[in-house]
Design a protein around this ligand. Structure first.
Ligand SMILES: [Zn+2]
Length: 434
């Protein structure tokens, strides 16, 4: 098992209230000496101490992985710290009286347990299920299998190759109705959000095989274009390298990866994105710089009219949100009221089905400002009216972050599908598909 070869890492989770950074208990240690290439990392750790702000730690440290950025005083922030830095980091927090709580002393144990829930490579496609997580090859083999089994309904769609030469593969599901509109589902743009590809494949399964009459009607009311893993390099890397990897795998000096959901050419890099390739939300060297972004952009631009794409859904985790544009501005989209109501109905449907609480609202209102996301480009540039981004399970305060037990795949995907059904039915009632 490949992942066993990974280093065992002890990780700490801390909630910081960085507004409470006070006067240091003792004078900060100044960073000394010239920065030579081979000394780069150690001198950065020194800088960490001397700057003594949480934003400073984020900029300076190679050993603290931030979930979100320190933006406003009093904000809660989750930070993952690698084992060899735990003592040093703890000392830093004590020195500056930063209030914090350890969420998990050994996050690696959670990761290891999650890897044990992955179906073995080479699992035959007829054994595909929603009780385990599947690697890229298995997902692609399953899509091919569906296209072979149901050629009259399922067509493989290839967007082209990723940065590292992997196919970006999805399916088009069309039962043959005349003059239908289409729903486009983008999933897996963030590699570590494993529940997203699992949910996208569940959507495919339901649309093809559900015995429920309402779902069969839904499936035939639209054509469906579904891409479970639009970031195949990143997704593959979460199985072979770093479970917590988010971006694609483009190389920039000593760091890798562009956050593809900050790379779309619409108000690119305006807010909530980083210009540093070493950060988790690096927006890329230019708008639409990444191959994966270009593939999606070209496909949608080419097909928007011919496929009559009126609905765009992107799948992420976690936080249990159903969000609509925009992310870069508090300014409201022209059909804000409809999207707000439809989102709330979708959230109510989930509550009815599973009891889970999902919040709905614009991205800017519900999660945090961000720019260069696919849904903003799709709505703002392509004018696709019904555009939603899901943040699937777990809850916003989940201490497991992006690690969701495989036991929750089916219920998560099922409630997400119920919400999708609500979205499409409601949008239909409001005349969006005429
Ligand atoms: Zn995401």
């Amino acid at each position: 098992m490949l992942w066993i070869t990974r280093l065992l890492v002890l990780l700490l989770w801390l909630v910081l209230t960085f507004g409470q950074l006070g006067v240091p208990a003792q004078p900060p240690i100044a960073s000394t000496g010239p920065v030579r290439p081979h000394a780069h990392l150690s001198s950065r750790a020194g800088e960490c101490r001397s700057r003594a702000t949480v934003p400073g730690v984020e900029l300076a440290s190679d050993s603290c992985s931030f979930m979100g950025h320190a933006r406003v005083p009093g904000q809660k922030l989750t930070i993952m710290v690698t084992s060899h830095k735990v003592a040093d980091f703890d000392d830093l927090l004590q020195s500056y009286n930063v209030s914090h709580r350890i969420l998990n002393h050994n996050f690696q144990a959670l990761i290891d347990a999650n890897y044990r829930e992955v179906a073995p490579e080479g699992t035959p496609p007829d054994q595909f299920d929603w009780k385990r997580y599947f690697q890229l090859d298995s997902i692609y083999a399953w899509l091919e299998f569906l296209a072979q089994q149901r050629p009259e309904v399922v067509t493989l769609v290839d967007l082209g190759a990723s940065t590292q030469g992997l196919p970006i593969r999805g399916v088009r599901i069309a039962f043959g109705g005349e003059n239908l509109t289409s729903v486009f589902v983008e999933s897996g743009i963030h590699a570590r959000e494993w529940i997203a590809p699992a949910t996208a494949t569940y959507f495919i399964e339901q649309l093809l095989n559900s015995k429920d009459a309402a779902v069969q009607t839904l499936a035939r009311s639209q054509n469906w274009v579904i891409f479970p893993t639009v970031n195949p390099d990143g997704y593959r890397y979460t199985f072979k390298g770093d479970r917590m990897w988010r971006k694609n795998r483009s190389l920039f000096g000593i760091c890798r990866g562009v956050d593809l959901n900050r790379n779309f050419p619409f108000h690119w890099n305006a807010t909530g994105a980083s210009g540093d390739p070493c950060r988790y939300d690096y927006s890329g060297p230019s708008a639409g710089s990444e191959v994966e972004t270009q593939r999606i952009v070209q496909f949608l631009e080419n097909r928007i009219q011919s496929e009559r794409i009126r609905t765009f859904i992107s799948l992420h985790s976690y936080s249990q949100l159903i969000m609509f544009p925009y992310g870069h501005t508090p300014e409201r989209v022209e059909n804000y009221q409809d999207l707000k109501e439809i989102g709330q109905l979708a959230a109510q449907q989930i509550k009815k089905q599973s009891g889970r609480i999902y919040r709905s609202g614009s991205i800017y209102e519900t999660i945090y400002p961000s720019s260069g996301g696919s849904k903003d480009w799709v709505h703002g540039h392509l004018k696709v009216p019904i555009t939603f981004t899901y943040e699937l399970r777990g809850p916003p305060d989940s201490e497991d972050l992006f690690i969701l037990s495989a036991g929750e795949i089916e219920s998560t995907a099922s409630e997400a599908f119920a919400a999708l059904q609500t979205i499409v039915e409601e949008a239909g009632k409001r005349g969006y598909y005429q």
